[in-house]
Design a protein around this ligand. Structure first.
Ligand SMILES: [Zn+2]
Length: 215
């Protein structure tokens, strides 16, 4: 663990006590702590972008499966109905709640999808030093939207409705449901493995490819 000490380049504000301090260059696996209150300023991940990239690519695959296959099928009196994630969110339109449909679709499908895709793009660009365009605005937008992705709340809603519907109809869970359940665990692990400070530092650093081109 490294205590924040003097460094000419990086200024960091502690989120706990607002102390402004200079932070030294970090070794992988080390943690910077505030010199005033001792709280964690940021961590320098040991594996760089490898772990978050692997988790977000896995999340993207599961996200595509969860949205391509039905999450459940209902059978009442011989009539069978299947629905996908987006289909179940948009079903609120037919029930006369268009605003609710938009909120559910945004928080459970569109925002998580945008966040996962955006972070895979940014992490791939950093990890392979590809210098892809728009990585900085994309990371800024994803950081703003991450708190609005609420797939876990949506899963809780599905489970509650399952308990209620099981008394009225035959409910068969589809592959989309299992992919969605695993996705929520992986997505939470992927988000917690992110270290925004490290990503911004990598994006600000000129890549070796760029250095070779300009040499
Ligand atoms: Zn502090």
């Amino acid at each position: 663990m490294i205590e924040a000490a003097e460094h000419p380049d990086i200024l960091f504000i502690c989120h706990e006590c607002d102390a402004l301090q200079k932070v030294p260059a970090m070794e992988p696996g080390s943690v910077a702590t505030c010199r005033c209150c001792g709280s964690t300023l940021f961590r320098c991940p040991r594996g760089g972008t490898e772990v978050p990239l692997a988790l977000f690519v896995s999340s993207l695959i599961l996200f595509l499966i969860a949205n391509s296959y039905p999450i459940m099928a209902l059978e009442i009196a011989g009539i069978e109905r299947e629905t996908t994630l987006l289909g179940s969110a948009l079903a609120f339109i037919h029930e006369g709640y268009p605003a609710l449909a938009v909120i559910v679709a945004l928080s459970s499908v569109l925002i998580p999808g945008f966040s996962i895709l955006g972070l895979v793009y940014v992490l791939l660009s950093i990890h392979h030093q590809l210098d892809w365009p728009f990585t900085k605005p994309l990371l800024r937008w994803v950081s703003r939207m991450l708190p609005w992705g609420m797939m876990d709340v949506f899963l809780l809603g599905i489970l509650v409705s399952l308990v209620k519907l099981s008394a009225l109809a035959d409910v068969v869970l589809g592959p989309g449901f299992y992919a969605f359940a695993v996705l929520i665990v992986l997505y939470a692990a992927a988000v917690s493995s992110l270290e925004p400070h490290f990503l911004w530092e990598q994006l600000d650093r000129p890549s070796t490819r760029h250095a070779e081109e300009t040499a």
